[in-house]
Ligand binder design. Structure first.
Ligand SMILES: Cc1cc2nc3c(=O)[nH]c(=O)nc-3n(C[C@H](O)[C@H](O)[C@H](O)COP(=O)(O)OP(=O)(O)OC[C@H]3O[C@@H](n4cnc5c(N)ncnc54)[C@H](O)[C@@H]3O)c2cc1C
Length: 381
């Protein structure tokens, strides 16, 4: 829609085809129904791509402030939740309505429930669909990624890219929960619903946010962020006490003559069910566990604290496209012009948004890429 607005304003005749019944399905379900539509701090640093420089050109021409200006012009109330994340006060529906009305004002037309069966290239591009044949000079592919197939996500964009000889960076679910191996799922699965403030680290990249225990493994914003940087087999380290040097804290209590059990002391700084479970699983000497602090050796305390301050898991995988917020990978940016989003091998064919190998962190970054890349293509398509 962002591309349609820009192209329509240039006087292009624009038809937007979508096989879905409703416009902007992902916008509607985003941000818990309030759409985290951009992030004030968006910069190339928060995106994962084989070519991290590719997104710079589009971002330099369409900033978070540009989108906010549109939101303000449409008198949509919004607020910052945290870390630069901008949300609607009321409903994500307002963003869809805003984009739709801007498209209409720019003269763009819509054809929903339109399934494209075949594309051929001649003078321009010819599309065979369930609603007839369409011809166009410029074809912009904005089919998104594979996440959430039940609301219409498909791999069609990747198929089009392959048809025209464009390389695809392998895709996989990202901004997704982790599944735990059988042993860890057995140890922690019944803690589903509990959360903890943590620092999570994988492949040298850390995030400070909440993890949420689920029946299958871990979710919550920290986990989703980590999943974007995680590759199968990589360890994930979780600091369950981001503001505390646990060993020093317990040693201080020990020196002060505190006679509490370690489990009870941990409950002061961690949800008590978590404290209890981590003691059951990791306390070095289970038989001695109920012992009061003065009886616990310094060595044992150190081993235990290190384990909790750097709790290390090797996820068995991520939950998958049914839950993942985005798809990592996609159309190789080497194949596209960063200025126009046009395919170098197929003049008149453009790729924008999530179908391209540019994937943002959690926090409004993926919409910002969709808007910016759409605006870039809309200036040329
Ligand atoms: C649950 C959830 C919450 C999210 N929350 C946020 C958030 O708050 N902030 C944020 O920045 N990002 C969020 N995202 C990510 C964001 O929604 C996407 O990155 C963004 O929508 C990508 O935009 P797009 O236009 O490239 O693709 P999409 O928005 O996925 O649009 C693709 C369109 O193509 C259509 N289509 C697909 N295949 C075909 C076909 N074969 N024929 C015809 N039409 C087709 C689909 O019906 C769809 O309408 C969230 C994602 C999910 C799943």
């Amino acid at each position: 829609m962002m591309c349609a607005i820009r192209a329509g304003k240039r006087g292009r005749s624009v038809l937007l085809l979508d096989h879905a019944k409703k416009l902007g399905g992902k916008i509607l379900i985003s941000g818990g129904g309030r759409c985290n539509f951009t992030n004030l701090g968006a910069s190339p640093n928060q995106y994962v791509s084989e070519n991290p420089h590719f997104c710079k050109s589009a971002f330099s021409r369409f900033s978070p402030q540009d989108f906010i200006q549109l939101v303000e012009e449409h008198r949509i109330a919004y607020h910052e939740k945290k870390l630069g994340q901008q949300f609607c006060d009321e409903s994500a529906q307002q963003i869809v309505e805003m984009l739709h009305s801007e498209c209409i004002a720019a003269g763009a037309k819509f054809q929903l429930e339109c399934k494209v069966n075949q594309i051929t290239r001649d003078e321009g591009y010819t599309l065979e669909t369930n609603l007839g044949t369409y011809h166009c000079d410029s074809l912009v592919v904005a089919t998104g990624g594979l996440s959430i197939p039940k609301i219409g996500a498909t791999g069609f964009g990747y198929e089009i890219a392959r048809q025209f000889g464009l390389k695809i960076i392998p895709t996989r679910p990202a901004l997704d929960g982790f599944t735990l191996n059988h042993q860890d799922a057995g140890r922690f699965g019944d803690l589903a619903g509990l959360s903890a403030d943590t620092i999570i680290t994988t492949n040298g990249i850390s995030f400070r946010e909440n993890i949420l225990f689920t029946h299958a493994g871990l979710s919550g914003p920290a986990t989703l962020q980590a999943s974007l940087h995680w590759n199968s087999g990589d360890p994930v380290q979780i600091n369950l006490f981001p503001d505390l040097k646990l060993f020093d804290w317990l040693m201080k209590k020990k020196k002060e003559g505190n006679k509490s059990q370690v489990k009870n002391l941990l409950s002061e700084v961690l949800a008590s069910r978590l404290a209890e479970r981590f003691c059951e699983v990791y306390y070095p000497d289970q038989k001695q566990m109920p012992q009061p602090l003065p009886d616990v050796s310094e060595k044992m305390l150190e081993v235990f604290c290190n384990q909790l301050q750097a709790w290390t898991i090797i996820p068995s995988g991520t939950v998958g496209y049914s839950k993942a917020e985005v798809t990592r990978g996609g159309v190789d940016t080497q194949e596209l012009s960063s200025k126009t989003m046009e395919a170098k091998k197929a003049p008149g064919l453009y790729f924008i948004g999530e179908v391209v190998d540019v994937t943002g962190w959690l926090g409004g970054y993926n919409f910002q890429w969709a808007w910016a890349s759409g605006a870039a293509a809309g200036e040329y398509a």
